[in-house]
Design a binder for this molecule. Structure first.
Ligand code: AMO
Length: 434
């Protein structure tokens, strides 16, 4: 049979992962030409679809360029050496959409010997690589698990503005925009809005990009990242919030074990065990520990990246935990909305995972008078924060929450060295395309 022969239209599409159920039968596959080999008399096509790869073999075919989308109708034969253990003997081969240029890199190669910037320049097609796809698949699954778990705990999904009149986190990393002649900004975080929505649904979450005008190119900072935000009302204190994040992470990892084993295997990564009770250490003790145990003098008010790495190392070595909560941040290291604790401490916490902060969270101030005092103590202008403080006049319950940076979590889960590769189309200091 040839390329020109009409396809049998009655045959439903089969995915490559389901070939075992069709041994000896005729199937219709659709996908991309992952790899191709023309031996004159015989042609081999490795077809890639969403579910995997399959080798197809035919004769008398003229093969299109790699990455073309094609349809194959053929018979499934067991073939132990082929990927997946089956091969499809091509009876009808149709090009659905031919590639008109060769891909800039060989997509099937697992390691590309190209400058990482070039890989990002050609991201529209390099993102089809198996490792790239696996990373994004794991992220999609973890986001789905985030949503599902929170739904089972009575949380409602919200959607809040990304164009705002003021920053939520303070600091200088706001992107200004021109909003019909008025100054505005891209949202740094849904912080205020998720708190407001606690007054509606009590327990809320949001999955959305946020924007940070970070000037520095580091392996942990993006200018646009996916923020997994949670906020819950009627809490006792920040322990309720940390316990929620502990359960949430356990549920996410269980789902990844169930659905993403192949992706983890491809990337040579392991899914962490989430302890029933993730260890906690107050910030000041954490700073002292890394200095005393590892001789590292910690800069700044928080933990610097090296201190985060060492503290994680300590908990991995002593408790076998890839996670540690750093608690009781002093006010100087937290935003004005953090709920005070004893002395100059707050009920704010961070969560470190495999050496990096993946979450900030804590209990927030819910009392209007306490919030106004905090704004004064931080020497902030109450007028510019009027939009933030308004809702606290209307009986907000004690509440708290946290945000997980999806790319940092994905990168650390999969051993990806730079968060840029944990996002399909990263935005960094020098990159606005593709
Ligand atoms: P924070 O500013 O610490 O807290 O951000 C929360 C988490 O978001 C991730 N993150 C980033 N990821 C990639 N690129 C960046 N530039 C970047 N900045 C932050 C990190 C970090 O832990 N409103 C609070 C959260 C809360 O209290 O609920 C907030 O935004 O994983």
């Amino acid at each position: 049979m040839t390329q020109t022969e009409a396809q049998p239209t009655h045959l439903p599409r089969t995915l490559t992962r389901d070939l075992a159920q069709h041994e000896g039968q005729q199937v219709r596959l659709q996908g991309f030409v992952h790899a191709r080999r023309d031996l004159g008399g015989v042609q081999f096509v490795v077809l890639r679809d969403v579910s995997g790869l399959t080798q197809c073999v035919g004769s008398g075919l003229s093969l299109p360029l790699a990455e073309s989308s094609v349809e194959v109708v053929g018979t499934v034969k067991a073939h132990p050496k082929a990927p997946g253990g089956f091969e499809v003997q091509i009876e009808v081969f149709q090009v659905i959409s031919a590639a008109v240029e060769p891909a800039p890199v060989e997509i099937p190669k697992m390691e590309w010997n190209v400058n990482p910037e070039t890989m990002l320049d050609y991201r529209v097609v390099t993102v089809r690589g198996l490792k790239e796809r696996a990373a994004l698949k794991v992220q999609a699954e973890l986001v789905a698990a985030f949503r599902d778990h929170l739904s089972t705990e009575g949380f409602t999904e919200i959607s809040t503005p990304k164009i705002v009149s003021a920053g939520a986190e303070g600091g200088a990393n706001l992107f200004p925009i021109d909003y019909f002649g008025h100054p505005a900004y891209l949202a740094q975080s849904p912080q205020l809005y998720k708190q407001i929505m606690v007054g509606v649904f009590e327990r809320v979450f949001e999955v959305a990009p946020v924007y940070r005008a970070e000037e520095h190119a580091t392996s942990r900072h993006l200018n646009e990242y996916l923020s997994l935000d949670v906020e819950m009302g009627f809490i006792q204190d920040e322990e309720d919030v940390m316990a929620l994040e502990n359960r949430l992470l356990a549920s996410i990892m269980a789902r990844l074990k169930e659905r993403c084993a192949a992706e983890f295997a491809l990337l040579g990564a392991t899914i962490p065990e989430v302890p029933a009770h993730i260890p906690r250490i107050p910030l000041m003790e954490a700073r002292a520990l890394v200095t005393e145990k590892y001789g590292h003098a910690v800069g700044g008010k928080d933990l610097d990246p090296e201190a985060e790495r060492l503290l994680s190392q300590h908990y991995a070595d002593t408790e076998g935990s890839d996670f540690v909560f750093v608690t009781k941040y002093p006010r100087a290291a937290r935003p004005f909305y953090a709920h005070p604790d004893e002395g100059d401490l707050t009920r704010g916490f961070d969560l470190l995972f495999r050496g990096i902060e993946i979450t900030s969270g804590g209990q927030r101030i819910h009392d209007h008078a306490m919030l106004m005092d905090s704004i004064a103590a931080y020497k902030l202008n109450p007028e510019s924060l009027a939009g933030y403080t308004e809702v606290f006049k209307y009986g907000m319950p004690p509440h708290g929450g946290f945000a997980i940076g999806a790319e940092r979590l994905t990168a650390k889960l999969l051993g990806i060295a730079n968060v840029r590769y944990a996002r399909a189309f990263p935005r960094d200091r020098h990159r606005l395309t593709p």
